[in-house]
Design a binder for this molecule. Structure first.
Ligand code: NDP
Length: 246
């Protein structure tokens, strides 16, 4: 994909990986559409991108609501004239041990991490099909490959995203030229652990905090690499770990 003037919708753009990705892609000429719920932060990011000479627009929305996604897509097309790629990045990780039965948190993870991704796919697909090409990048995780303490439900959601990506690739890439990639990072220094309420998990995470983790820009670089391959190339998975993580 030629990033210059392409229009890229990024969910979860108010923090961490989404925010760095928006900055990176805008710096390479993409028009980025910033979606999340935190309007003030998104507006600050838009201003900072514009001050650096890039183009961005803000559309607040909740990925669990299909109507929000439809609104985002129609505003994107009216603002920038098209939509070429979706980065399904919004996600939550309230880890807990299953026996604590934090079922509200299980439900939220399923809603945001799986249904949010499906909503994104459903919202952008008509436009990408009409364009006869484009890109869908789903942010899965190392958690799709292996269980870690308190991660039974989180890992299940990320495994679902990885498998969904493969299904989308097989159905959409040969037929419509819509490339699909699953990005699977290990630990990245972001706000992702803020939603953890299980005190036993917080204790276990201490060890991880002592390790040198990845930075959000490392994942933004992987996304940039993925998007800028020639059309004949589909990067199926990018499994990327901190050097210090076992
Ligand atoms: P952050 O917590 O820093 O960012 C999460 C983003 O998701 C925020 O912008 C938040 O915005 C958004 N978000 C959450 N819920 C919703 C919602 N219902 N609707 C719209 N946006 C929402 O975490 P990361 O940057 O680390 O996470 C990004 C992705 O990367 C996630 O899918 C995560 O699972 C994955 N990942 C992260 C790893 C890590 O170690 N950090 C490792 C592997 C994968 P707002 O609250 O404003 O709506």
């Amino acid at each position: 994909m030629n990033l210059e003037n392409s229009v890229i919708l990024i969910t979860g753009a108010s923090s961490g990986i989404g925010k760095e990705t928006a900055k990176k892609l805008a710096a390479h000429g993409a028009k980025v559409v910033l979606m999340a719920r935190s309007e003030d932060i998104l507006n600050e990011l838009k201003t900072s991108i514009e001050n650096d000479g890039g183009q961005a627009s803000v559309v607040t929305g909740d990925v669990t609501k299909m109507e929000d996604f439809k609104k985002v897509v129609s505003k994107t097309v009216s603002t920038f004239g098209n939509l070429n790629a979706l980065i399904n990045n919004a996600g939550l990780m309230p880890l807990s041990f299953v026996e604590k039965l934090k079922t509200d948190e299980w439900e939220k993870m399923v809603d945001v991490n799986i249904k949010g991704v499906l909503n994104g796919v459903a919202a952008v697909l008509p436009q990408l099909k009409a364009n006869k090409g484009g890109y869908i990048i789903n942010i899965s995780s190392m958690a799709a490959h292996r269980y870690f303490p308190g991660g039974a439900i989180y890992c299940a959601t990320k495994a679902a995203v990885k498998m969904l990506s493969e299904g989308l690739r097989q159905e959409l890439t040969p037929k419509y030229g819509i490339n699909v990639t699953s990005i699977e990072p290990g630990a990245v220094a972001t706000n992702l652990t803020d939603t953890i309420t299980d005190e036993d998990i917080k204790e276990k995470l201490q060890a991880m905090l002592e390790m040198q983790t990845l930075e959000s820009e490392d994942i933004a670089n992987a996304i940039y690499y993925t998007l800028t391959q020639p059309d004949r190339v589909n990067i199926n998975d990018v499994y990327i770990m901190p050097s210090e993580q076992q």
